[in-house]
Design a protein around this ligand. Structure first.
Ligand code: NFE
Length: 479
């Protein structure tokens, strides 16, 4: 007996994501993941000045806000033939790094943790700590109803652990605010730092500015290395079965990041059929498949067999998983390997829990890199090589770098100072694209084998936990 269960929209993710699973004998036999809107950011850039891309492209997304700004600016640097001085690059990377870690914290505490922790258990708290009693009142009130799970599955419910985790659910808001001040003091504002320009950064950087950034970095570092580490390893050890659930194709792609003037934190590579290989950008293509686009890439709501506004992206015809797991595997991260082995999981395998652990380990690596970069900064030296904005530039340029959810590329073609074509190749398109070319999408593949206990898929934790482990952003995926 088979039945189809739909979750549309899936909550606690960015953007409008539809999920349909075909269930046989309580197991997902196949899945369809749909990006449910068309946005057209690439189209609206056509005909504008290339410099507009630096401001407009970064507004594709409110959750990975700084990554599109930086990717766009670096593609423009190549288009205009300007490179940033060391200080300019360090400052752009300091913004990017702190942003990425905050994005990972948001994912775990706001989107993922409520799937594993019974917030209601805070009500059993008998202590006198004012902050916890405030949370207790909030959990009792109707305003917290969105966080109360109706899972048939098990949740962490011992009072001490829940009090710690739910307190961190709140604390992370303060940490994000602190990190935001660190980003804004260099970038002039956040989200969408507007001091990030082709060639560097326009803000005046003084000792005071750097020490305020350092202050924010210290706060984030302490939270990540203590609380985030403990909370993620607690969830991983209580839900070890999720190291065997949500496996995808085990083909991964990592772009190079944090490394133009210094040793890259993550190198570029593809892990295909068990081997790390050089990545060949010429082998990346959009193909015909189950998306609402015609062969020339224009939107087509009548496309036959289509069910998603996310395009079908392939490497040598194959779907690739992108994200922190991909970066840590391709870069052979020792700590990541150690944690996976401790939980009895093979290296180089993706799973629902691997992705959650990967975000925590990657946050630690990025923070270490931020300390290294801040020490490289040369106070008093230039922070920008300015671009001649009156130049009627003609040519093509692209840049591939990092976003929290995986590899991100921006590509621009311009003629006589106007954009002819702008293209963004986005992590959530890699992971959340629909079927095509004989392969299911990455997340569709990961959902196969998940158990569905109840008629309502929302009561079947394997499905929603697996989807959320990818940290979906449909806003970006369909851009
Ligand atoms: Ni809108 Fe994004 C990130 C990008 S999408 S969240 O990270 O690019 O995958």
């Amino acid at each position: 007996l088979s039945k189809i269960i739909k979750i549309d929209p899936l909550t606690r993710v960015e953007g409008h994501l539809g999920v349909s699973v075909n269930v046989k004998n309580n197991i997902v036999d196949s899945a369809q993941i749909s990006g449910m809107m068309y946005r057209g950011f690439e189209r609206l850039l056509e005909g504008r000045s290339p410099m507009d891309a630096a401001r407009i492209a970064q507004r594709v997304c409110g959750i990975c806000h700084e990554v599109h700004g930086v990717a766009s600016v670096r593609a423009l640097e190549k288009l205009y033939g300007v490179s940033a001085p060391l200080n300019g690059r360090v400052l752009q990377d300091l913004i990017l790094g702190l942003h990425l870690v905050v994005d990972h914290l948001t994912h775990f505490y706001s989107f993922v943790m409520p799937d594993y922790v019974d917030f209601e258990a805070v009500r059993k708290y008998k202590g006198t700590a004012e902050s916890v009693n405030k949370i207790k009142e909030w959990v009792k009130s109707p305003s917290s109803s969105f966080i109360k799970r109706d899972f048939s599955g098990r949740l962490i419910n011992d009072t001490d652990t829940v009090v710690k985790m739910v307190s961190n659910y709140m604390n992370v808001v303060r940490i994000k605010s602190k990190a935001g001040s660190g980003i804004a003091i260099i970038g002039a504002k956040t989200p969408f730092a507007h001091a990030v320009m082709p060639g560097g950064i326009t803000t005046e950087i003084t000792f005071n500015v750097l020490s305020k950034y350092l202050d924010a970095l210290d706060a984030v570092s302490s939270f990540v290395n203590n609380e985030f580490y403990e909370d993620v390893t607690k969830v991983a050890s209580d839900f070890k079965e999720y190291f065997r659930i949500g496996k995808s194709y085990n083909n991964f792609y990592s772009s190079e990041s944090f490394g133009e003037f210094y040793k890259p934190l993550f190198k570029e590579g593809v892990y295909l059929e068990g081997k790390i290989q050089n990545f060949d950008h010429n082998k990346v293509e959009y193909i015909d498949g189950s998306s609402f686009y015609s062969a020339d890439g224009s939107p087509d709501e009548d496309a036959e067999g289509a069910y998603s506004w996310t395009k079908v992206l392939r490497y040598q015809g194959r779907p690739l998983e992108v994200g922190p797991t991909a970066r840590l595997i391709i870069n052979k991260d020792e700590e990541f390997k150690k944690i996976l082995n401790k939980f009895g999981t093979a290296d180089n395998t993706s799973s629902t829990m691997t992705r959650i652990v990967a975000r925590m380990v990657e946050s630690k690596r990025i923070i270490e890199k931020m300390y290294e970069l801040i020490n490289m900064y040369k106070l008093g030296e230039r922070t920008i090589n300015e671009v001649d904005l009156s130049k009627k530039v003609t040519g093509y340029a692209d840049y591939s770098g990092i976003a929290a959810r995986g590899a991100l590329s921006h590509k621009i073609s311009a003629e006589k100072g106007k954009i002819l074509k702008y293209e963004m190749v986005v992590p959530s398109t890699w992971n959340f694209g629909p079927s095509g070319g004989g392969y299911e999408g990455v997340v569709e593949k990961a959902l196969k084998g998940c158990s569905v206990i109840d008629e309502k898929a929302s009561k079947s934790p394997d499905v929603v936990r697996t989807i959320r482990s990818f940290d979906p952003c449909t806003a970006c995926a369909v851009h």
